[in-house]
Design a protein around this ligand. Structure first.
Ligand code: KG4
Ligand code: ZN
Length: 331
């Protein structure tokens, strides 16, 4: 079965082709226009998707050496994400599928982030724990199988990716913040500043990053509004460390509470090398997996891959045509 995947939930316009669980192509057109605003501007994102979608799909098809006529189905993200951005992807995909008379399926973006791990590790087996960390989500799920997801805990306020993005803005670094903080932190001392780790003394699985962000803001204000160049790497490394510690201490709890010793990390923040490195070192007794870097941040490969799984099960429901900006994984 050959499936085209389309992803337009935020600021990446992406298309990919998957055949029998194997990725044939994956194209991501990042929208550079948002960097100058220091964050994603929803209206700009929708317009850019509109402009980039056709070319991105054509490139994905040609790199996969398939034509539209070879496609057996189309899968697209229907939520969560920005309303206008999601609508461009859904409308485009529905039109294409209707014209080709093939099934069309709307998917949950966060579920696709979980399943991105199967592209990197085809032998992966259920059950497992999944730490989902992106720009809008920080959650720990117990995953028993396809469609069998139990939420173990999540953030009370900001998501981990949001903490990176806001922290980068406070430090005068670029957008997206995660990669900028990671870069700035290189060579820095992660113990230089003791930033807070919320809920570190509780045995509940929950996160909070808004206090951490405020703490960084106060720290920078006390320095007169700007961190001297020779201190930036220490500040960035300490801030990154506080986020990584918070995430991993709760992942440990989830593993201990369930006894499940396979844990995956998914979503844009899973691209963070410090998080990957520390997770592997901290849990020598467990199998800790994360997708290849380019499958962590938004992409359509994960959408095509998950779409093929559902289409094989004969799923392409009428509801899946609706865009749901705040779609939950357990909906
Ligand atoms: O999954 P994703 O690409 O989009 C959403 O679904 O939100 O995640 C985007 C988030 C952004 O907040 C970005 O700063 C963060 O992932 N991110 C990173 C890294 N690369 C992207 N955070 C930490 N380290 C990175 N290397
Ligand atoms: Zn994402």
């Amino acid at each position: 079965m050959i499936v085209l995947g389309i992803e337009t939930s935020c600021d990446e316009t992406a298309a990919a082709v998957c055949e029998d669980g194997k990725l044939l192509s994956s194209v991501v057109a990042s929208q550079e226009d948002h960097a100058k605003y220091g964050g994603v501007v929803p209206e700009v994102a929708s317009r850019m998707h509109e402009k980039l979608l056709m070319g991105t799909v054509e490139t994905a098809l040609s790199r996969a050496s398939v034509t539209k006529k070879n496609l057996h189905g189309i899968a697209v993200t229907r939520g969560p994400g920005l309303m206008g951005a999601l609508l461009t992807g859904i409308s485009f995909s529905r039109g294409l599928a209707l014209g080709l008379k093939i099934p069309f399926l709307g998917l949950n973006h966060m579920e696709a982030h979980i399943f991105a791990n199967f592209i990197t590790f085809p032998e992966l087996e259920f059950p497992f724990i999944c730490l989902l960390v992106s720009g809008g989500h920080t959650q720990i799920w117990k995953v028993g199988g396809l469609g069998n997801y139990d939420l173990m805990g999540e953030t009370r306020d900001d998501a981990a990716g949001e903490a990176f993005d806001k922290g980068a803005r406070i430090l005068g670094l670029g957008y997206p913040g995660g990669i900028e903080i990671e870069r700035a932190a290189r060579g820095g001392d992660s113990n230089a500043i003791n930033f807070p780790r919320a809920f570190s003394k509780t045995d509940s699985i929950e996160f909070s990053f808004s206090g951490l962000k405020t703490s960084l803001l106060r720290y920078v204000e006390n320095l007169g509004g700007e961190v001297p160049g020779d201190q930036i790497s220490d500040v960035a490394a300490s801030y990154q460390s506080a986020i990584v510690d918070s995430l991993l201490s709760k992942l440990r709890l989830a593993i201990d509470k369930t006894g499940i010793e396979t844990a995956l990390i998914g979503g844009g923040v899973a691209a963070n090398r410090k998080l990957r490195e520390r997770a592997s070192n901290l849990f020598p007794d467990c199998k800790i997996l994360y997708p290849d870097i380019d499958l962590c941040t938004d992409n359509a490969a994960m959408v095509a891959f998950l779409g093929e799984i559902y289409l094989r099960e004969g799923k392409s429901s009428i509801n899946s045509h609706c865009v749901v900006p705040n779609l939950r994984l357990s909906d």
